[in-house]
Design a protein around this ligand. Sequence first.
Ligand SMILES: Cc1ncc(COP(=O)(O)O)c(C=O)c1O
Length: 336
Amino acid sequence: MLRQNKKRRKDILTSDFIGNTPIRRCDYLSSKYNTNIFIKEEFHNPGMSSKDRPALFMIEEAIRKGKIEPGGTFVEASSGNTGYGLAMIAREMGYASKIFVSKSCSSEKVEILKSVGAAVEICENSNGLHDFYSTQFRAQSYAANNSNCYFTNQYYNSSNIKAHYKTTGPEIWQQMKGEVTHFIAGIGTGGTISGVGRFLKEKNKNINIWGLEPTGSILSHFLTYRTLPTEYEKFEPIEGIGRTFIPGSLDINCVDKIFQIGIADSKSAAQEYKNATGFLIGFSSAALVAMLEAHINSLAFKQTDIIVVLFPDHGSRYMSKLYSKNEIVNEKSKVI
Ligand SMILES: Cc1ncc(COP(=O)(O)O)c(C=O)c1O
């Protein structure tokens, strides 16, 4: 079904289908925690993630402002999802794409990127522009040294927040008919939580905007102290979330609390969620489910609360990391 076709024209682009994703009540989590938990299912986007939204906004703005000539190359540093959205949209608009991912990116995501025509380069880390080996440094340097390339730079591009402020936030408000007490999302670039948080706070300043990062990420420290930590803990990379620098796309004033969770808890949560509901959820979505379980006492949900949790992508992107191995173990134990 055509979800969104603003302009009347013969050709229908994939980008016409970005956004207007459903919200579904999750009976499993709602009854487990005796409250009302709704999932904003972003894997219904054409690129199967929330990152199609900023990808479209960044591309459209670059073209509008003449930052790139027809046939040029969009360049991005990505944990995979923004890269895929970007590559998919760039291709159908007649542009090429070059995506820098870190070595923690799942093999599925690398394959998906290549399949849509992106040139992919794997880097050591995604520690920000000041690290020579990072995805961000390599992407910026590539765009600076090659002609007709544009680095969309989701970590510092205002179109990232704008995409969520103009689309995801209003959708949630309308779908929930203004009845929402909490919005919870993982933080990577900060675009989602800042855009949705800003929109919802403007509608009702009492809505709680809560973020999630993996253990070792420094964003919760920054929220509390407004400084960088003097000592860094070991960072547990969960694809798409957490940072060891403060991204410009994070408007910390839109966020009330940031929680932390580890990899092991997130992996178990993915399995438990799958067993209870039959859904394969993405890694950072599993981290959100694990966060509810680990912090449930301090979250202090009431029976009347209405909580929207944003699932940015789908578990099929993480078969090798979250599901396949366990399936094999189960198969073996069945045989025994
Ligand atoms: C799987 C996943 N979860 C969460 C996020 C975080 O979203 P944001 O960058 O808007 O903070 C991302 C971002 O790339 C992601 O790919």
